[in-house]
Every structure is written in structure tokens, then in C-alpha cells.
Design a protein around this ligand. Structure first.
Ligand code: ATP
Ligand code: MG
Length: 564
């Protein structure tokens, strides 16, 4: 490809609202443009990266017996109504009506339509198992589209679905995906963790997420270097250190106008772990009191698993429900459901006194909230003990680049995707669902591979493998050598960008650093007179002078070495 004829609109400045490094660099280096919130245009360089990622995905999916299909983006409401998700999913689903007034939606995932297909075309145990996949467009009206291509309203997803006779079959299909996914991310050159995750709106019994460490990530994972435990903090279990408390008499203390943990700790000159936080939440079945230690954060999703959807109570609801002004709730007395974090089983705490302007000390589980259910509802934090081995946990920010779910029969039952077993009995097909976000792989690669000058692509997903840069295009011998090298490298099957622009060397080198092609061959007139060119590696900055006649072989060797 010739740079002069290729559309690579690089920019000096990043968009003013861009925070994530990948957002800034992918726009500046001419890979993408934002049309509107969460809607991105992929430019020629961006397309090349996406196609490489998708090729790797397809190869690994085919290798486990996956068969590519494609589902319509526009879906009739009926299939979604049959599984109940038409009502369960809220504003995230784009809905519309066709000219006949029929309800339609833009698919945000394809469990429904894939299961519909299975219900019509799979009949016998002899046809199972099946793995069907697609690399296709999804639409989601995300609440906060942000961070460039990491969270968009329209995006490509590789989604696959497995159809098995029974749980053992599902285990096998799940395991195949688990391993295929590891290969995909490794081949794409990104660092990742496989972590246990919540099954969320997909339903089902088991789920894992593939998480690429990056400060731009919106998820947190808890990792244990001791035993390898790795889980999304949405469900990570951990034991915080017990705080050093000693028995104290139960006694009121005046804390006028001190409501928050910060205000109370400062006023009483104690650390937050001496306090007990009582948080009233409203659920569909009435109010629930959640109790966590003062230094802990209540994890909404952990609590939601126990009490269902909920929201924090408003001040007047606290007053009318408990008869206590907000900020002074204690765990004592209230005849409502209470859920306490297990760390509170031991120790003596300071809590609200259920009375305006007062707290109480000497609060213990045995004496004051023995009627509470104990369940891990805190957010795991760094240094908490691992629930499996007791070693300290680490917390890392990550990008979710993919996930796998055991669905069981959640979709096959309502959509009547049944098969006849060996005995002629009709049984529901047992399913799994597996997603990958190719754009997130690209962005994660940029998050993990960059420096102050620009992107450093992994070779496997770089838009080109080699960039040939004649420093002065007006110097005929340089240009002749560049053309010759370009032709020879292309002939060998390499992907080469020839920067044939009549630009200053500084401009070309800056753009080359920004775009981030792994290898560069620089042809300068002085070196050329000695029969030499410069070979430069983007990642290390290493420069080597090599003989013109040996360039092709040298580059080929490097690429082969890097590719294994
Ligand atoms: P998240 O929790 O980040 O919203 P999700 O759990 O909604 O992700 P899935 O519905 O399981 O994601 O989709 C499968 C994969 O598709 C995700 O692992 C992710 O890589 C990708 N993906 C999901 N939502 C988006 C989005 N809005 N933009 C880009 N990629 C996405
Ligand atoms: Mg989502």
C-alpha cells in the first residue's frame, strides 16, 4: 500500500473528551472517527486491524468445530417476548415498529434467534452437539457510551452458541470455548486473565470472563498470587482483616450533626473500621437493612443476588420506615430483613443510635443483630485475605474482552428447542453462550502497547507488518531502492506500507511512531551510498544497519520469529 494514496488522517490533537489512551491514539493515528455518541466509523487502518482480529477468532472457532452463520440485526419482538427478555431488558434495547405496527428490536445479543433456529432445525440427538457462531453487529443503547471503541452503541461481536444433549455435553463445549478463547487472546498479543464471573441477565449456572488489564477498564478483578483465585469483584469473596477492637460497654455518645463515616470518625478520633454502617435499601419486597463495616463498600450486585433489584432508601423513607433520621441508623431493634457482612460477626463497633444526634459504642453481633443473615456483601479490596488460601488479594482494573456462559435450558425451554433422545423422549437442548468484543481486543492492545509517541501494535493484529520509509522521495536512488524493497517484501507475502509522501523526514517518522507498525525500514541517501538501510523495531526502538541485499531475508526472519 502506498501512503500517498491511502487514507490515514492523523491528528496532532486528541478529541477533547477522550480520557482512555486507546481512545486518544486510535483517533489521532487515523484508525477511527466518532460520528455521534457511541457510534464509530472505522477507517482503512482500523478495518485492517479488525479483520485480522476477526480472522484469528474465526480460525480458532472453526478449530473447535464452530460453524459460521449470520442472524438478522432486526428482530421481531415475539422471540424476545417468549423468553421474557422483551420485558426484563429496559432502555438498553433499541425498539421500533415496522410499517405494519409490529414491535421489533435491534438485537443486542442473539440467544433468542439462535435458539429459534435450533428449535426449528435440530430434532435428534444424532444432530448434537452443534456450535454456531457469527461475527456480526450488535446494537445497545448503552447508558454511558465512552472510552472510544471500548463501549459503543453499535459494535461487532463474535457470539457463539453451543447445543448439547446434556450437562456433560455442555461441559465439553464450554471447555472447548474456554481453551479457544485463551488461544484467541494470546494470538492477538494481549495480556489477559480468565476470571469467575456473574451470570447476570444471561442466566445460567457458570460463567467466566476474559479480562485485559488496563487502567481504562470499567471492571475490577480480585487476583490471588497464592492460589491463582481470580474473580470479578462483583462476586469475589474475601475476608478483610479483623479490626482490633476491645469489649466496650453499650453506651450512647453525642455526635451532633455528624452523619457520614468521615464526619463521625473525625469527631470521635477513630479509624473507619471501628464503625458499623447501616444502609437501608428498598427492594420489591420492602426495605432491607444492609450492614457493613465502616471502611467497607457495600457491593450492589452482591446484595442484589440476595434481595433482588434494589435502590438506596431516600431520607424520608428512612424516617418513615425506621423512625430514624438518615445518618443515625443503627442495627438494633428494627423488625426488617437484615443482611450483615461476615466480618461483623466478631468485634465491637460504633453504630448509629437510631436517634438524631447520637451514636452508640459497644455494638456486637451477638447482642444487637443476632437476627441478621450473614453474607459477603462487601467489595473485595486489595489486602483482603483470599477466601481460598488466605493470602492477600490484589485488585486490578480490567477491560472485559469476552465471556462465556453456561445457559443450561434457560432459552431452549421457553422457545421449545427440544430434541429426541436415544429412547425417543423429547428433551430440551442444553446450551452455552460465548461472546467476544473484537473492538475491545484492538483497544486493549493499544492500552497495553503504547508510549508517548503512539501505538505499539502486536505484530499479529498490526494494520501492516512493515513500513518502508524513503527519507527523501526526490532522491532517485532512494526511491528506486524503496520501490524495489517494497515489491520484494510484498512478493514474499508481507503486508507493507510504503511511505512515498513528499514530506519532511520528521513528519514521516512522527506518523510512523503514531500509527505503530512493528517494523520499519528507513532508506536514507547517505546509508544507501554504502549499500545500507536502517531497520527499526517500534517496540524497543532498536535500530540496526543492514545491507540492502539482505533486507528481505532479515525482515522475513524477524516476522517468522515473532509469529511463533
Ligand atoms: P459489559 O459488562 O462491559 O457491558 P457485557 O457483559 O454487556 O459487557 P456481553 O453482553 O456478554 O457483554 O457481550 C459480549 C462481549 O461483547 C463483551 O465481553 C465485550 O467484549 C463486548 N461488548 C459488550 N458490550 C459492548 C459495547 N457496548 N461496546 C463494545 N463491545 C462490547
Ligand atoms: Mg453491557
Amino acid at each position: 500500500m502506498r501512503y500517498s494514496k491511502y487514507f490515514i488522517p492523523t491528528l496532532k490533537e486528541a478529541p477533547s473528551d477522550a480520557e482512555a489512551v486507546s481512545h486518544k491514539l486510535m483517533v489521532r493515528a487515523g484508525f477511527v472517527r466518532q460520528l455521534a455518541a457511541g457510534l464509530y466509523i472505522y477507517l482503512p487502518l482500523g478495518i485492517r486491524v479488525m479483520e485480522k482480529i476477526n480472522r484469528i477468532i474465526r480460525e480458532e472457532m472453526n478449530a473447535i468445530g464452530g460453524q459460521e452463520v449470520t442472524m438478522p440485526v432486526l428482530n421481531p419482538a415475539e422471540v424476545w417476548q417468549q423468553t421474557g427478555r422483551w420485558d426484563v431488558i429496559g432502555d438498553e434495547m433499541f425498539r421500533l415498529k415496522d410499517r405494519g405496527g409490529r414491535d421489533m428490536c435491534l438485537a443486542m445479543t442473539h440467544e433468542e434467534t439462535m435458539t429459534w433456529l435450533a428449535s426449528h432445525d435440530l430434532r435428534s440427538y444424532r444432530e448434537l452437539p452443534q456450535i454456531w457462531y457469527q461475527v456480526q453487529t450488535k446494537l445497545r443503547d448503552e447508558a454511558r457510551p465512552k472510552s472510544g471503541v471500548l463501549r459503543t452503541r453499535e459494535f461487532t461481536m463474535k457470539d457463539s452458541y453451543s447445543f448439547d444433549k446434556d450437562e456433560e455435553g455442555l461441559d465439553r463445549s464450554y471447555q472447548l470455548h474456554l481453551e479457544a478463547y485463551k488461544k484467541i487472546y494470546s494470538r492477538c498479543g494481549i495480556r489477559f486473565y480468565v476470571v469467575q464471573s456473574d451470570t447476570g441477565m444471561m442466566g445460567g449456572s457458570m460463567a467466566h470472563e476474559y479480562m485485559a488489564p488496563s487502567p481504562a477498564g470499567e471492571d475490577d478483578v480480585a487476583l490471588c498470587d497464592g492460589c491463582g483465585y481470580a474473580a470479578n469483584t462483583e462476586l469475589a469473596l474475601s475476608s478483610p482483616k479483623q479490626s482490633a477492637t476491645s469489649a466496650e460497654p453499650f453506651e450512647e455518645i453525642a455526635t451532633p450533626e455528624r452523619r457520614t463515616i468521615e464526619e463521625v470518625t473525625r469527631f470521635l478520633k477513630v479509624t473507619p473500621d471501628r464503625l458499623l454502617k447501616s444502609i437501608l435499601v428498598m427492594t420489591e419486597k420492602g426495605p432491607v437493612l444492609a450492614l457493613v463495616r465502616g471502611d467497607q463498600t457495600l457491593h450492589e450486585k452482591k446484595l442484589a443476588k440476595l434481595v433482588g433489584p434494589h435502590r438506596p432508601a431516600q431520607k424520608d423513607e428512612v424516617k418513615s420506615g425506621l423512625g430514624v433520621p438518615a445518618g443515625f441508623i443503627g442495627p438494633m431493634g428494627h423488625k426488617i430483613r437484615k443482611i450483615a457482612d461476615p466480618v461483623l460477626k466478631e468485634g465491637t463497633y460504633i453504630a448509629g443510635a437510631n436517634k438524631e444526634g447520637f451514636h452508640v459504642k459497644g455494638v456486637t453481633a451477638a447482642a444487637h443483630f443476632s437476627d441478621a443473615e450473614f453474607a459477603d456483601i462487601h467489595t473485595a479490596s486489595a489486602g483482603d485475605a483470599c477466601s481460598q488460601c488466605g493470602k492477600p488479594l490484589r485488585i486490578e482494573k480490567v477491560i472485559e474482552v469476552g465471556n462465556i456462559f453456561k445457559l443450561g435450558t434457560k432459552y431452549s425451554v421457553p422457545l421449545k428447542a427440544n430434541y429426541l433422545d436415544e429412547q425417543g423422549n423429547e428433551k430440551p437442548i442444553v446450551m452455552g453462550s460465548y461472546g467476544i468484543g473484537p473492538a475491545r481486543i484492538a483497544a486493549a492492545a493499544v492500552e497495553q502497547g503504547n508510549d508517548k509517541d503512539g501505538i505499539i501494535w502486536p505484530l499479529s493484529i498490526a494494520p501492516f507488518q512493515v513500513e518502508v520509509i524513503p527519507v527523501n522521495v526526490k532522491d532517485q536512488p532512494s526511491m528506486d531502492a524503496a520501490e524495489e524493497l517494497y515489491a520484494a517484501l510484498v512478493e514474499k507475502g508481507f503486508e507493507v506500507l510504503l511511505d512515498d509522501r513528499d514530506e519532511r523526514a520528521g513528519v514521516k517518522f512522527k506518523d510512523a511512531d503514531l500509527v505503530g507498525i512493528p517494523y520499519r525500514v528507513i532508506i536514507g541517501d547517505r546509508n544507501l551510498k554504502e549499500g545500507l538501510v536502517e531497520f527499526k523495531e517500534r517496540r524497543t526502538g532498536m535500530v540496526e544497519k543492514i545491507k540492502v541485499a539482505e533486507v528481505v531475508e532479515f525482515v522475513a526472519k524477524r516476522i517468522v520469529m515473532e509469529s511463533v
